[in-house]
Design a protein around this ligand. Structure first.
Ligand code: OGA
Ligand code: MN
Length: 229
C-alpha cells in the first residue's frame, strides 16, 4: 500500500516531480546528491552541530518486541531497488501510527529525548528496512514536510552514517550507529549536511570494518513550522 501525503523534494528542479510521478510516497522525500569530493575521512571527535548518537538506547528485549510487531508487516513487502528519486537502494518501508503498549513506550522515550516540549510531531513513525546489500545515498529530508529534528533507532545491524556539508563537500563526518542506538539529527546536521547510510563494502569507521547486515530504522520526525498534519 502506498501513502499519498507527500513530501516534496527540496531542489528546484525536482519540485514538480512528486506530483507527476505516482510513485511518491508519504515517507521522507529524499534528494539524492552526488559529490565530486574524494575525501571520506573519518574525523572522530569532530562533531557536527546537532548530530547525536546515544548507544544502547533500547535493550535487546525492546529490540525484539519492536521486531515482533514490524516483521509481519515488512515480510509482506518486497525489497525495492529502484526508488523513483533513486535515493535508496534495496529497501522496503512502512509507516505506523498504532503500536502495541511496550513499543509505544519506547517511541515515547524517543520523542521525549529528541523533540522539544510542544513541538508538532508527525504521528506516523517511518520504518525503513534496508537489505544487507541496501544503502541510502546522500540526501536532505524534505524541508517542506519535515521539521528541524530527525530521530531514529537502529535495529538488527550497526552502520555508518556519513554527513557531508552542502557548502563544503570536503567537510565529511562519519557517525557510527551501533545496533540499538538512537541517533538524532537536528538543525545544522539536519539542514546543512546531507546524510547517507553506507553500503557494506564502504562501511568502515576509523578504518574498522563495520559489517552491514539487514538493518531496520524506526524514525520519528517533527513537522516543519509552516506545515500542520
Ligand atoms: C530517510 C533516512 C535514515 C535511516 O529515510 O530519509 O535518511 O536511518 N533514513 O534509515
Ligand atoms: Mn533522510
Amino acid at each position: 500500500m502506498r501513502f499519498w501525503f507527500l513530501r516534496c523534494l527540496n531542489t528546484p528542479c525536482f519540485t514538480a516531480l512528486p506530483c507527476m510521478l505516482g510513485e511518491a510516497t508519504a515517507l521522507a522525500a529524499r534528494v539524492a546528491r552526488s559529490f565530486t569530493s574524494t575525501q571520506t575521512a573519518n574525523r572522530r571527535g569532530i562533531a557536527v552541530g546537532g548530530a547525536e548518537v546515544q548507544e544502547d538506547f533500547i535493550s535487546e528485549e525492546e529490540e525484539r518486541t519492536l521486531l515482533e510487531e514490524l516483521e509481519p508487516v515488512l515480510k509482506r513487502k518486497h525489497y525495492e531497488y529502484d526508488h523513483w528519486d533513486d535515493a535508496i537502494h534495496g529497501y522496503r518501508e512502512t509507516e505506523r501510527s498504532q503500536w502495541n503498549e511496550k513499543n509505544s513506550r519506547v517511541l515515547q522515550r524517543v520523542r521525549d529525548v529528541a523533540f522539544p516540549l510542544g513541538a508538532k510531531q508527525l504521528h506516523l513513525v517511518h520504518v525503513l528496512d534496508l537489505h544487507r546489500k541496501g544503502y541510502i545515498k546522500a540526501h536532505v529530508d524534505s524541508v517542506k514536510f519535515c521539521g528541524s529534528t530527525i530521530a531514529g533507532i537502529c535495529l538488527l545491524s550497526s552502520s555508518v552514517m556519513r554527513l557531508i556539508s552542502e557548502k563544503n563537500p570536503t567537510d565529511v563526518v562519519d557517525l557510527l550507529l551501533p545496533r540499538r542506538c538512537l541517533y538524532i539529527l537536528r538543525d545544522e546536521a539536519r539542514y546543512n549536511y546531507t546524510h547517507e547510510i553506507l553500503k557494506d563494502e564502504e562501511s568502515y569507521f576509523n578504518d574498522v570494518k563495520i559489517n552491514r547486515d539487514r538493518r531496520i530504522s524506526v524514525i520519528c520526525r517533527n513537522l516543519s513550522e509552516d506545515h500542520a498534519e
